[in-house]
Write a protein that binds this ligand. Structure first.
Ligand code: T3D
Length: 262
């Protein structure tokens, strides 16, 4: 797919996907969402990719749906809002089912769909001047992109209701305190910190991390019995990887392991 609205580069085992419409705070039009979903899918099948970083160009991470596309100011026919949301759903499913770690490097405001795309990633590292806004209620919409799924699970129902209904801005520091995100770093250090962290992740047992993600995804809805069965099944699979053997041998030989990701 030719990329017009995102950039995509792969180095040191890390695919870096950058939302690239800075003049509109990287708000998402439909082709941008399709490009992102496609890049996430290609990360799944590319053995050279063992971790992904998602970030934004310019001063924002992502201001959510492009409101000029959603409701054309010139009175053109409005696109079907359901179609727009279906596009995002493919992206969120792709992020959650990608069995490689995904780091959102939130470099500024993350609003609406932008906030929830970040929350669908495995780790969120935010710049200290970043913020998270469930902007939907302000324009009469419902949090989508998994927002109504992730928020109550991450911060509890009271805080999820507060964020979703009041559409209040949450600073990076508050988001960290609430357990919504992983880490906050000074803004100037964000690109380096996110990259260093992702390169570290790319050197870990990739299959094992992927299986952990599968188990954690299932834990949202499984009861204990099912989860125990799943853990046994996934552990069998993990136990057949070269990285498991390498991890144990390195321990026995008192050396640093070198994981191949298989
Ligand atoms: O069809 C559907 O809508 C279904 C899908 C819904 C998913 C959603 O994401 S709904 C939520 C959509 N997003 C929003 O409601 C957020 C709108 N933006 C804002 O509230 C503010 O821009 C921010 C709080 C994010 C940032 O404020 P600020 O003061 O830092 O920047 P600004 O001046 O408002 O924006 C800078 C430019 O970006 C400006 O353009 P201009 O005037 O310089 O030419 C502004 O219009 C543009 N921009 C910002 N957000 C969007 C946008 N353009 C299009 N769509 C946007 N979402």
């Amino acid at each position: 797919m030719t990329l017009q609205y995102i950039t995509h580069d792969v180095a040191d085992g890390v695919a870096t996907l950058t939302l690239n419409r800075p003049e509109v705070l990287n708000s998402c039009n439909r082709p941008m969402v399709a490009e992102l979903a496609s890049a996430v899918t290609s990360a799944a099948s590319n053995d050279a990719v063992r971790a992904v970083v998602l970030t934004g160009a310019g001063r924002a991470f992502c201001a959510g749906q492009d409101l000029a596309e959603a409701v054309p100011p010139d009175g053109e026919r409005m696109p079907d809002i359901g179609d727009i949301v279906e596009g995002y759903n493919a992206l969120i499913r792709g992020l959650r089912s990608l069995e490689k770690p995904v780091v959102a490097a939130v470099n500024g405001v993350a609003a609406g769909a932008g906030a929830n795309i970040a929350l669908a990633c495995d780790f969120v590292i935010a710049a200290d001047n970043a913020s998270f806004i469930q902007a939907f209620a302000k324009i009469g919409l419902v949090p989508d992109n998994g927002g109504t799924f992730f928020l109550p699970r991450l911060v509890g129902m009271a805080r999820a209701t507060q964020l979703a209904m009041l559409a209040e801005k949450l600073t990076a520091a508050q988001a960290l305190e609430w357990g919504l995100i992983y880490r906050v770093v000074p803004a100037a250090e964000l690109p380096g910190a996110a990259r260093t962290f992702a390169v570290e992740l790319a050197g870990q047992p990739t299959r094992g991390l992927g299986l952990i993600k599968r188990a954690l995804n299932a834990a949202w809805s499984n009861d204990l019995d099912r989860q125990l069965d799943l853990e046994a099944e996934l552990q069998r699979e993990a136990g057949r990887t070269a990285d498991y053997l390498e991890g144990v041998r390195a321990f026995q030989q008192k050396r640093k392991p070198s994981f191949a990701g298989r």
